[in-house]
Write a protein that binds this ligand. Structure first.
Ligand SMILES: Nc1ncnc2c1ncn2[C@@H]1O[C@H](COP(=O)(O)OP(=O)(O)OP(=O)(O)O)[C@@H](O)[C@H]1O
Ligand SMILES: [Mg+2]
Length: 517
């Protein structure tokens, strides 16, 4: 066949003709499905390569570690040369791709973190597996923090906020709705579980900047961001929510572009069923909305999952570019899945879609993409092209080398040892509380306790506030103040973070921070 690598389209594979995905429809989303071992990852790898080649940055999660091979030049394995011949892929040439490795645990990639404030209450509730009542309380806590411009960086800050809400539960309940102390306790316990799962690694700074997912290499190719997810998959809820947060960040941060000539970014959501497994309807509705709207920001979302019935109908109907590998049809549920999958394709008179789905060989798939005018193409049985890069995982040494050359290491690798507001303010508050203790001891000794006065301008009817430049406040807390030293420290910490922002926080569809923050 002639040159199959064209500028305005990705070569997917060959049926009776070459099958292409048009770049201008790359943001119209997609779906890659198929049973285990049928060739999904290889297909995904090929698509990622194609987008990168076209200058489109790609984000994907590497669930089994095998996508890391993108960073290495391919090897002429037998099945690859055979497939190259089968499809007459004369301009096949092995290659390696500009890759950035990320890892929530910071081991096999640059650490990727966000802040509690950025994640927002909706997604955080999902990570913490809160029930409706607990989620209600977390919402109130965030509302209180947002209204007061309190910026929450990490889990410590969230803990401090909860203590603050608990201490002021009466006034907060009056303004925002009931917060029961027992419920706050339950949220705090959920927080503890997250901490035990290594949660403090994910929340804090340096928070991921979306622009770092949207890089292009100096040679013009799109950088491929690979999030290591093998370890992360042990906490499926965390995995799914974190990816969802990234998607919502893209949506909130990127400007409208309408229908660009090629996508601004392509986001592969592997093991996408995890997103929807026992997710509350409200969340599913919002995911649907984000998927719909992110298209006009130039972001193409490609769901990868074993079975199309794992994806809710309203999301499924938005996925226009489809690669369906073989499905098994042993059980009634299997059979239903095959039927559902078949029904979504525009039939090809030369074969029965349903039958074909169960007969496809490994590396063969039913392909239907958007053609000119945005109409789905007639489904074709397609031999998927082999990747140019290595199929299979990268070695630890190779990974190290790739990471050492990464443009983002310098930003994210160093554990931020800057003193966060929390630490600074906790220390200040502790010193103040200790001074207060000492003062009381003195008073007790003198047996002539003096009533504190509140004339100092630091005192405005609430607990004392600090000003960055004023050193320890001169006003004295109420003698009746029974809070412990630690509590006082926590509370002042949460409260004083307001100075970092100074205005109410606005949240987007999925509760992450909105654009123009
Ligand atoms: N396009 C292809 N052409 C020829 N052989 C292929 C092709 N795609 C996959 N294969 C063969 O099938 C094997 C498994 O493919 P792949 O890892 O993509 O499956 P998978 O569906 O991702 O499996 P799993 O569900 O286990 O992750 C490959 O190692 C390769 O030998
Ligand atoms: Mg796979």
């Amino acid at each position: 066949m002639p040159n199959l690598l064209l500028d305005d389209r990705l070569f997917i594979g060959a049926s009776t003709k070459p099958e292409y995905l048009l770049l201008k429809y790359g943001n119209r989303h997609g779906l890659v499905t198929g049973a285990t071992g049928t060739g999904k990852t290889v297909t995904l790898q090929g698509l990622a390569e194609g987008f990168s080649r076209a200058g489109v940055p790609v984000f994907c999660a590497d669930v089994k570690g095998d996508l890391s091979g993108l960073a290495m030049t391919g090897e002429a394995k037998e099945w690859i040369t055979k497939r190259v011949e089968e499809i007459g892929f004369e301009d096949y040439k092995t290659d390696q791709y500009p890759t950035i490795f990320w890892d929530l645990f910071g081991r096999q990639g640059h650490p990727v973190r966000t802040t509690i404030s950025e994640m927002g209450p909706l997604l955080l509730s999902r990570i913490l597996d809160l029930n409706a009542t607990q989620e209600g309380v977390l919402n109130i806590a965030f509302k209180y923090a947002d209204d007061n411009g309190l910026l929450l960086l990490d889990l410590k800050d969230l803990r401090a906020l909860l203590i603050e809400v608990e201490a002021n539960s009466k006034t907060i309940s009056a303004t925002y709705g009931n917060v029961a102390t027992a419920t706050i306790g339950a949220v705090q316990r959920a927080l503890l579980v997250l901490e035990q799962q290594g949660g403090e690694n994910f929340f804090g700074e340096q928070a991921l900047k979306i622009s770092d997912l949207m890089r292009t290499h100096t040679d013009g190719r799109g950088m491929i961001s690979v999030l290591m997810a093998d370890q992360l998959m042990q906490s499926p809820r965390l995995y799914a929510t974190f990816l969802l947060w990234m998607l919502s960040e893209l949506f909130e941060e990127l400007p409208e572009v309408g229908d660009p000539a090629k996508p601004k970014l392509v986001f592969f959501f592997d093991e996408a069923h995890l997103l929807f497994d026992d997710a509350p309807k409200a969340l599913v509705d919002k995911v649907e909305q984000v998927v719909k709207l992110v298209r006009s920001k130039g972001v193409g979302v490609y769901f990868v999952t074993q079975n199309p019935i794992d994806i809710p109908d309203n999301v499924l109907s938005q996925l226009s570019n489809r690669v369906q590998h073989a499905l098994r049809a042993y059980t009634p549920r299997d059979q239903k899945a095959v039927r559902v999958a078949a029904e979504t394709f525009r039939a090809n008179p030369s074969f029965d879609t349903e039958e074909a789905i169960t007969q496809l060989a490994v590396g063969e798939a039913l392909v239907s993409v958007l053609e000119d005018k945005g109409i789905p193409s007639i489904v074709e049985r397609t031999f998927i092209r082999p990747p140019f890069s290595r199929v299979g995982p990268i070695t630890p040494e190779e990974r190290k080398a790739v990471m050492a050359n990464s443009p983002v290491g310098i930003v994210y690798d160093k554990a931020e040892d800057r003193e966060s507001a929390y630490e600074v303010l906790t220390r200040k508050a502790r010193q103040q509380a200790e001074a207060e203790e000492a003062r009381r001891a003195e008073e007790a000794a003198a047996k002539a306790p003096q009533r504190p006065t509140y004339e100092d301008d630091n005192y405005r009817g609430g607990p004392p506030r600090y000003r960055e430049d004023s050193g320890p406040p001169k006003s004295k807390p109420r003698a009746s103040n029974r809070q412990t030293v630690a509590e006082a420290a926590m509370k002042s910490a949460a409260r004083s973070m307001a100075s970092q922002l100074g205005r109410a926080i606005v949240r987007g569809i999925l509760g992450s921070l909105s654009r123009g923050r």
